[in-house]
Structure formats: structure tokens, C-alpha cells
Design a protein around this ligand. Structure first.
Ligand code: MG
Length: 455
């Protein structure tokens, strides 16, 4: 089916009218969507990407009369596009040579096909631009195929479908858990009587980061660390007040400021790196994606973790959660004993505190009251991977067939409520499936900025 939307970034009124005339004459049934500044483009264009047949970008943008916001640049848009799934060719139509080079690099590394049109002379839109745009539209389908698509496995779509279910489980869990941050007596009353908070339930950094992980998988079929690091930092900068930990603020801001991720992540805690639970809380969809291959799950989980978590325990936490998610996805409907989920995680998680916590979790019968298990395993209140991951895997195993029960049991142990619920929800969703995530809870969760253009 042909797609007929052309997305243009351009601030100049004369050029805007010229584009309107040329596009109308070229493809009469085509829609032209036009933005005059980079922040609006990035906020609104995502919804149009699935239908886009061509994108054309200027670089230098002047503030519009009366606008208070910085108009940004075309390079910012190219960098943002590089983090989205390539869908169509891009024309760069700026005269800023140096920045055009950078824009083209960004697009190329992101797997986009691109062309340049120099804005020379008075008639370049009706001339060179129209010829180039016409040829690209004509080439149609072939021009839209990214060379990076070859790196994706043949069953990429099924893998992404599993990852999306895990993301729903993770984000509903995150928002559900977050809604329990309230005064002690209210918390006790609500958990005992199972009173849910009125909607909307807001997601936190757990979900925002998981969106970057799933976006990377959707685009490449593996974790390309530099683009993941940049996506995590870009989403952080767009909305830093999502409950990020103190260390994460520093690391993500540095990555945004072009400090290499290995330096930013490696300098935390005087060079020890973070052993926080932040890499574990975003990784369940990755386990869903690589469900058939535990060794690959370990490698990709480490790659997804180390861009922010350099400490071995920070990475081990992510490995354990990814393995538990992978085991759950690959054994759905097999009716195996649920504690095998913890064994699957234990068997390939690198040795250390987190793994010893998993060994302790394996020794606690699943009939044990959660609060009692948490006295041994921790509840995430120290925000570290060893303090968070073992109890979460134990809770997921305890309620692997019932999403609602799993999350009520998880909030009952208190601690890092949103993260615990995100981890448990991201795993249990893979056992109960999309239909097992309560529809009323899904509706209560705020709409999340999910990359809709993903396959
Ligand atoms: Mg959070």
C-alpha cells in the first residue's frame, strides 16, 4: 500500500509555500506535514512516521515571532531520527556544510537512506528538490529498506510482539507500584484492603528506559550500545523528573553532553560504577526478545546494562532479570514448576552478591509469606541489584500465573515499589500473555511514549 505523507522541517515562510506548491503538484493525494522547529517535530512526527514516504530537513532554524522556545536544529532531528526505525528516505536541504555532514552521519548510522539537496538559486525547491524527491518516491519500496534490517532475525516480528507484552507488564507494574508512594498509614490500609489509587497512574524512569531498550531491539535486532546510551540520555533530557536515581541524573547528563558512555558510567561512585537496580528494571523485554537463546540473552543484557551500570552487580542484576524473562517466555504454557525461573537465572548469572541472593531465594519455599522472604532477600529499599533482583524473581515465580496477585504481593513487601513491580510485571506478563494483564490497570496507566513506528 503506498504511503503518502511527506514530513518537512523548515522555518522560512517563502520556502514553506514553495514546498506546499511543489508537493501538491507532484503527488496530488499526498499529505504534507510541516514543522518550523525541532522540538515540535520530535514531539509530533513520531505519529506520522509509519505513513511517511519522504522526510526533508533544514538545519538552521530561526525563532518564530512570539515563540519562547529555542527552535533547535535539524541536526537534533537527525539524531532523533537515528533512534527511530528507518521508514523512508531523508533529504537534507541545508546550506550549512559542516552540520549537513553531521546530519548525514547520524542518519547513516541510524540505518536511514539519505540524499542532499543544496538550496542554491531561487528556484531550487521546484527544481533540484522536486527532481530528487520525485526519484525517491518513485524508487518507493526499495529506497525504504534499511541495510540494518539484514541484522534482524527472520522472526523479528514475533520477538518484538513478546517484548511489547513484557513492556506492557513492566510499565503497568511501574505505574501501579509508583501509585503506592503515600503516607505509611494510607499505604498499610491500601495494601491490606487492596484499594487501588484513582487513575491515572504515572510511569517512572523504569518504563522510560525500557522504551529505549525495546526501541533499540526494534531497530537493530541487537543492543548497539552507543545508540542505546544516547537514547537513554535523550529521553532523560526530555523529561528528567521521572524518579531517576541521583547517580542516573549525573551519568545521563554526561552522556547527553557527549562524554563517552564508558567514561560516564565508569566514573560513578569513584570509579566503581553503579550497582543500582536501574539496569535490571528496564531489561525484561530484552529477555523476551532473546527468549530462545540464554547465552545471547546474557550478552545482550550486559550490553544493555553497561552503558549506565559499570559495576559487576549492576550488570548481574540485569542478566538475572533478562534470563528469568527469557525462561518465562520460552516455557509459556509448559506447566513447569515456577521455581525453575530462578534456576534459569541462577545458572548463567555471573557469580557475586546478586547470584548468592538468587541461591538464597531458591531455598525459600514459594508458600512462604512474601514479607518473610523479603526479610532474607531484601526489598529494594537500598536500590541495589542484590537487594532488589532476588526478591523480585522469587515473587514472580510465586505468582507466575496471576499478574494481579503478583503485583499485590510485590507492593506488600514495600521497598522500591515502582521498580520491584516493573521487574515482576515485565516477567509475569510473559507467562499470562497480553490478555492476562488486567485491562482496567492498563487503562489506569498513563499513555506511554511508545515508539509506534516499530515493526
Ligand atoms: Mg522508577
Amino acid at each position: 500500500m503506498p504511503r503518502h505523507v511527506i514530513l518537512i522541517l523548515e522555518d522560512n515562510d517563502e520556502r514553506i509555500s514553495a514546498f506546499s506548491v511543489v508537493v501538491a503538484g507532484m503527488v496530488p493525494e499526498c499529505q504534507l506535514r510541516l514543522w518550523r522547529d525541532a522540538p515540535s517535530f520530535m514531539a509530533e512526527a513520531r505519529a506520522w512516521l509509519p505513513q511517511a514516504s519522504l522526510i526533508s530537513l533544514d538545519h538552521d532554524l530561526n525563532p518564530q515571532p512570539g515563540a519562547s522556545q529555542d527552535p533547535g536544529t535539524g541536526l537534533e532531528v537527525a539524531t532523533w531520527l537515528a533512534q527511530q526505525t528507518p521508514v523512508c528516505p531523508v533529504i537534507v536541504h541545508s546550506s550549512n556544510h559542516e552540520r549537513v555532514e553531521s546530519m548525514v552521519n547520524e542518519l547513516r548510522f541510524g540505518g536511514w537512506t539519505w540524499e542532499r539537496v543544496g538550496p542554491w538559486g531561487s528556484d531550487w525547491i521546484a527544481g533540484a528538490w522536486r527532481r530528487k524527491a520525485g526519484a525517491l518516491l518513485e524508487a518507493g519500496r526499495n529506497a525504504r529498506v534499511s541495510p540494518l534490517a539484514a541484522t534482524r532475525p527472520v522472526d523479528h516480528a514475533q520477538r518484538m510482539a513478546r517484548a511489547r507484552i513484557s513492556l506492557d507488564g513492566l510499565s503497568v507494574g511501574d505505574a501501579f507500584g509508583e501509585s503506592f508512594f503515600c503516607p505509611e498509614e494510607v499505604f498499610r490500609d491500601r495494601t491490606v484492603h487492596r484499594h487501588e489509587a484513582p487513575p491515572p497512574w504515572f510511569v517512572t524512569d523504569d518504563t522510560v528506559m525500557a522504551v529505549s531498550v525495546i526501541e533499540a531491539l526494534g531497530r537493530d535486532g541487537f543492543i548497539e550500545r552507543l545508540s542505546l546510551a544516547r537514547a537513554l540520555a535523550a529521553r532523560y533530557m526530555l523529561d528528567p523528573r521521572r524518579g531517576y536515581g541521583a547517580t542516573a541524573h549525573g551519568i545521563l547528563r554526561q552522556i547527553h553532553d557527549d562524554v563517552p558512555w564508558m567514561d560516564a558510567a565508569g566514573s560513578a561512585f569513584d570509579g566503581m560504577g553503579s550497582l543500582g537496580n536501574g539496569a535490571a528494571m528496564r531489561v525484561a523485554p530484552l529477555g523476551a526478545y532473546f527468549a530462545d537463546d540464554p547465552d545471547r540473552t546474557v550478552r545482550e543484557a550486559v550490553a544493555s546494562a553497561e552503558v549506565t551500570h559499570a559495576h559487576p552487580e549492576g550488570k548481574a542484576g540485569a542478566v538475572a532479570v533478562a534470563l528469568a524473562a527469557a525462561w518465562t517466555a520460552s516455557n509459556r504454557g509448559n506447566d513447569l514448576p515456577a521455581h525453575l525461573l530462578m534456576e534459569a537465572a541462577y545458572s548463567l548469572t555471573p557469580d557475586g552478591e546478586t547470584r548468592r541472593g538468587l541461591a538464597a531465594a531458591l531455598r525459600i519455599p514459594l508458600e512462604t509469606p512474601p514479607a518473610q522472604a523479603a526479610r532474607v532477600l531484601g526489598n529494594g529499599s537500598r536500590i541495589s541489584a542484590p537487594d532488589t533482583v532476588p526478591v523480585c524473581l522469587w515473587l514472580a515465580a510465586r505468582h507466575l500465573q496471576d499478574y494481579r496477585e503478583a503485583l499485590w504481593a510485590t507492593v506488600a513487601v514495600a521497598g522500591d515499589l515502582d521498580t520491584n513491580c516493573a521487574i515482576v510485571g515485565g516477567i509475569v506478563a510473559l507467562s499470562v500473555g497480553a490478555e492476562g494483564i488486567p485491562a482496567d490497570w492498563l487503562a489506569a496507566r498513563e499513555a506511554i511514549p511508545f515508539p509506534e513506528s516499530l515493526p
